[in-house]
Design a protein around this ligand. Structure first.
Ligand code: BGP
Length: 478
């Protein structure tokens, strides 16, 4: 047994990290557009002082230009096709379609852009895989309505989903609703358009926002299936196994709790179609009030569960609540904190590299849900060096991906139903957590530095040909 015949090998990007053209052709500002780049970014991601102002005098905004995918997508997709991509995961910027979010009529120019992008993929036989909301929503909805904690956003999202699914479902089979929906536990701003609060309502707001996103996700599934019977609409979350650092029962329990809170809560609702029985315990732990539900919400959530589970996998975490290692050993993820695992190497940003953890994750998710799994992000962020002869010898990236593909293969042999693999940032783009270019993931190098200098010229890294061979052999030659 091996990877399926029609396995979706490809790559993934997100609108706000690669398109640039942040105010072109009628696009409105999004939450992501208000996020500066550089050192300020990480602090601001979870700041209670954040005020949504785009202050160009004070901060840089590398994602306003991105890698100019908006104007160069044909060149980029031709390169993806050369690698043999079967799928390209990208997101639609909601604010290109509804610039403010609450207007009645969509911006046709925004729809035209995504229509052209989809057609370009189809021209090469590349299956588009579309995220409806990847760490952004129209800024107006965050500023004026308070983001996803406000029930009105559900109707605005429903209108947006109706328009884009209505326009593109005939051509596009694979969709997902909210990128890394569970990340709001750490960073609600990008994820839910919420400014974290100092008050006791902080987590109440996040759970309320999640509830609205669950209803919105169910509505998208409903709309999609009414349009096309075989449509596949998934959820999308970060998954990272939490290992107890030792056999101490407190650490065992802490790992179990963190996995429920972080890894399983949102997918339990979206895949199983009901709030988990541990929900009250979760609310208690986060000192949050139960979300306010409207009549019919729970029925919708129950009836319109997702068709597959999409997830990102970068690292595993270790927990040590009894503090055997002390705080100085804390390892930081982009969205989670844990302690350093002495058995693992970490990336320059402290993300602990763990291919076997991917096999564990795939098996755990499959055991729990029995729905098709789709790895929609994975990869190694690194600072690449372009040699004098122009080559980029990213063997470290090849090694990382190779080990993870081996682990995927083992999981398939374990019996897991895995439908695809779209490594993150298949072409270099702006990092979500640092807002910079220098943390690169791509098979394709983009000549652009953190200060915005460069020609934007694309060139192939060593990993380009390697991945091409992986796809050509359906994962046999890695
Ligand atoms: C995920 C996000 C992506 C992407 C990736 C890599 O959390 O869904 O948008 O950016 O992580 O993270 P970073 O860019 O911070 O290295």
């Amino acid at each position: 047994m091996s990877f399926k015949k029609d396995f979706l090998w490809g790559g993934a990007t997100a609108a706000n990290q690669c398109e640039g053209a942040f105010d072109a052709d009628g696009k409105g500002p999004s939450v992501a557009d208000a996020m500066p780049g550089g050192k300020q970014r990480f602090a601001i991601l979870n700041s209670q002082e954040f005020d949504w102002t785009i202050d160009k005098g004070k901060y840089g905004y590398p994602n306003h230009i991105g890698i100019d995918h908006y104007h160069r997508f044909k060149e980029d997709i031709a390169l993806f096709a050369e690698m043999g991509f079967k799928a390209y995961r990208f997101s639609i910027a909601w604010s290109r379609i509804f610039p403010q979010g609450d207007e009645e009529k969509p911006n046709e120019k925004g729809l035209d852009f995504y229509g052209a992008l989809i057609d370009e993929c189809l021209k090469y036989g590349i299956e588009p895989v579309i995220t409806l909301s990847h760490y952004e929503m129209p800024l107006h909805l965050a500023k004026e309505y308070g983001g996803w904690k406000n029930r009105q956003i559900v109707a605005f999202f429903e209108r947006y989903a109706t328009v884009v699914l209505g326009r593109f479902a005939a051509k596009v089979k694979y969709w997902m609703t909210f990128n890394e929906i569970n990340s709001a536990i750490e960073f609600p701003t990008l994820s839910q358009g919420l400014i974290p609060s100092t008050g006791s309502d902080d987590f109440t707001n996040r759970f309320q926002a999640w509830h609205h996103q669950f209803v919105a996700s169910a509505l998208a599934v409903k709309i999609g299936h009414e349009l096309r019977e075989d449509i596949q609409i998934g959820c999308m979350q970060i998954y990272a196994p939490f290992y107890p650092l030792d056999a101490h029962p407190e650490n065992q329990f802490s790992s179990q709790f963190k996995e429920r809170a972080f890894d399983y809560f949102t997918s339990d609702v979206q895949v199983r179609g009901a709030y988990p029985t541990y929900m009250n315990r979760l609310l208690q732990e986060y000192d949050a009030k139960a979300p306010v539900l409207e009549d019919g919400d729970l029925d919708l959530i129950k009836q319109y569960t997702v068709d597959y589970l999409g997830f990102s996998y970068y690292m595993s975490m270790a927990t040590d609540v009894i503090g055997a290692q002390g705080e100085s050993d804390a390892a930081s993820g982009n969205l989670m904190n844990g302690v350093r695992n002495p058995f693992l190497q970490a990336s320059e940003w402290g993300w602990q590299i763990d291919p076997l953890g991917l096999r564990i994750s795939l098996n755990d998710l499959w055991d729990r849900y029995q729905v098709p799994l789709f790895i929609v992000e994975n990869g190694l962020g690194a600072k690449d060096v372009r040699e004098a002869d122009g080559t980029i010898n990213d063997d470290y990236r090849i090694n990382y991906l190779k080990e993870h593909i081996r682990a995927m293969h083992e999981a398939v042999l374990d019996g897991v139903d895995l439908i695809g693999y779209t490594p993150w940032g298949c072409i270099d783009l702006v990092s979500a957590s640092t807002g910079e270019m220098s943390k690169r993931y791509g098979f394709i190098y983009v000549d652009l530095d953190d200060e915005g200098n460069g020609t934007l010229e694309r060139s192939k890294k060593k990993s380009f040909d390697w991945y091409k061979e992986v796809i050509a052999t359906n994962g046999a030659n890695i």
